[in-house]
Design a protein around this ligand. Structure first.
Ligand code: ARG
Length: 566
């Protein structure tokens, strides 16, 4: 693979120039402009700074050390940029090597390491809505990428299944439930009850509702059999709803350890925090204060005055449990941006407790509706199942007109892959840390940087290769045309793009790459003769075959279901 190979070549040169290794090897990046070579290396600037020398002179001395068959030409540009040009035959050889391996893989940077990815994590007793989508999509893509990179990967759904919402729900259940409605649509009835409590509890004349709900929560926490039974019943209904949504999304968790899993650990956690001098008393409660300037004004409560623990206490318990059970090297928690403070606090406390794992809060921006915030009361909640149904129906309408000759089953299968893929890709191709305004049209577009376009690029290669009949021969690959060369570079950049997405928690960087790769596939497909390519036929078929594999694998890393025909 080019970047890895290139990294090795340059690392050797850098090690010679900087034997103490004080200067980190600057990453090399594609130039994006053939006039400046294929890749550019900016190490000279750093090294020059350390050595207090002229960067251009340092670059010249580095260049004199670069000798490798892959590097056909190397030159210093401007104040000290090093432009690298690849040799065509060598590039073809590397691509053939890639084509001959059974699958496009990732360098196993996670071998021997464990990562926990805490994602999706909805609160129970409500249907899943589009507000739950981003954590599920991003978390699942990160999960797949870590797995591919060799990590022992644990996906954990930290559902919100404990706490004050149950007292409200139990109160509402006891006073307002409609048994007929519950029998017909259990989760729908629970949601209605929850919303009703929210509305009623707000009214000034109903102040006693809150008190009554708190009493129910208290009873539940003390193990009252009736309330525990109701809790279990609500849980079962919620889990059934979640499971069906996840099945449709192709999402599976290794463990589902919600807040309730830690309820018996929180008292011990608070004791430990007191004993270790991490928590201190404050007006009858126990709090943790921070030195760090960014957290100085944000102490956090770990035990309330009534002795109850809270969201953060539960997360500290989860942290301790995870460290003891899996001893992970990395923990990633995927939630929206509103929880940044909460996790900064949690991570700071974890450090003081001696947690050495790398802790990542992969936060993402809000999904907003064109008319503003989504709220159950405003009645503008878009349920995930409705979104999926609509997406698949729109895809189905297109498949029906474009491919009426296919069987009903096959059209349904294509519509599902395209519709579900469109939603997922529209989400993942955005920079996670920006807000996204929900739009049916954007989400379901079949043009440009969208799943339908990428899936179609892939399927078309499959069809072409099937028509060719002969087995593609990697040994036949030659890069004669600039478009072929660009395609080869894009294919070989796929693992690099995936690793960057993994390291930065930004699946959109992989999505961008796959879009670029599709464009290059389509240029070769359209602009160059393939089946009628004469002496180039075997080479181009083999190129499209390896490109198709890269596209397929990349899309699967994002969690799309890739189909061979559409
Ligand atoms: N249930 C929470 C919510 O909906 C997200 C949980 C995230 N994970 C965690 N370990 N706190 O906001």
């Amino acid at each position: 693979m080019i970047p890895v190979l290139l990294h090795d070549i340059l690392a050797a040169v850098a090690a010679k120039a900087d034997p103490e290794g004080t200067t980190p090897l600057e990453p090399v990046a594609p130039t994006g402009n053939p006039a400046h070579g294929d890749y550019q290396w900016n190490f000279a600037f750093r090294l020059a700074k350390v050595r207090r020398q002229n960067p251009r002179a340092v670059a010249e001395s580095l260049v004199a050390q670069i000798h490798h068959p892959l590097i056909q030409k190397v030159e210093v540009m401007g104040p000290g940029f090093i432009n690298l040009y690849f040799d065509d035959a060598e590039l073809a050889r590397v691509l053939a090597l890639q084509a001959a391996t059974p699958a496009i893989g990732l360098p196993q940077i996670g071998a021997g390491q464990t990562v926990i990815i805490d994602y999706s994590s909805p609160n129970v007793a409500k249907r899943m809505h589009i507000g739950h989508m981003r954590s599920t999509h991003i978390g699942n893509a990160l999960y797949r990428l870590h797995k591919a990179a060799g990590y022992l990967t644990i996906g954990d759904n930290h559902i919100g299944d404990w706490g004050t919402q149950f007292g409200k729900l139990i109160y509402a259940w006891n006073h307002w439930r409609d048994d007929g409605a519950y029998a017909a649509d259990p989760i729908g009835e629970l949601e209605r009850l929850y919303v009703k409590f929210g509305e009623q509890g707000k009214l000034p004349e109903n102040a006693e509702l809150i008190v009554a709900a708190r009493a129910e929560t208290f009873k539940l926490q003390k193990g009252d059999p009736t309330n525990v039974g109701l809790w279990q019943q609500f849980m079962d209904v919620s889990m059934a709803e979640f499971k069906s949504v996840y099945a449709r999304m192709g999402v599976e968790f290794d463990v589902t350890l919600g807040e309730s899993a830690y309820k018996d650990m929180t008292d011990g956690i608070v004791e430990r925090l007191k004993r270790d001098g991490i928590a201190e008393p404050s007006e009858g409660a126990w709090i943790v204060r921070f030195e760090d300037p960014s957290l100085k004004n944000s102490p956090v409560i770990v035990q309330k005055r009534d002795g109850a623990s809270n969201y953060t206490t539960t997360d500290i318990a989860a942290m301790q449990y995870r460290m003891e059970r899996w001893n992970p090297d990395r923990i990633i928690i995927v939630t929206d941006m509103r929880q940044q403070l909460v996790f900064n606090q949690l991570f700071a406390i974890s450090r003081r407790m001696g947690v050495a794992a790398e802790l990542v809060h992969a936060w993402f921006g809000m999904l907003v509706l064109p008319e503003g915030a989504m709220s159950t009361r405003a009645g503008n909640i878009i349920r995930l199942v409705d979104l999926f149904d609509e997406a698949v129906a729109r895809a189905r309408a297109i498949v029906d007109t474009r491919a009426p000759h296919l069987s009903d089953d096959e059209r349904a299968n294509i519509a599902d892959a395209v519709g579900m893929g469109a939603v997922r890709y529209a989400d993942l191709s955005q920079h996670p840390q920006t807000d996204v305004t929900f739009s049916w049209d954007k989400m379901l577009s079949f043009e440009g940087n969208t799943a339908p376009y990428l899936l179609y690029s892939h399927a078309r290669c499959v069809t072409l290769l099937a028509r060719a009949e002969e087995t593609p021969d990697p040994g036949a690959i030659r890069l004669e045309h600039p478009l072929e060369r660009e395609l080869a570079l894009a294919v070989l950049r796929t693992p690099e793009a995936a690793l960057t997405a993994l390291k930065t928690s930004r699946p959109n960087l992989l999505a961008d790459h796959l879009y670029d790769l599709s464009n290059r596939v389509n240029r070769v497909y359209h602009d160059l003769p393939v089946l009628t390519g004469g002496e180039f036929r075997a080479s181009r078929l083999a190129q499209l075959d390896v490109a198709r594999q890269a596209l397929r694998t990349g899309l699967e890393w994002l969690g799309l279901r890739v189909i061979d025909r559409m």
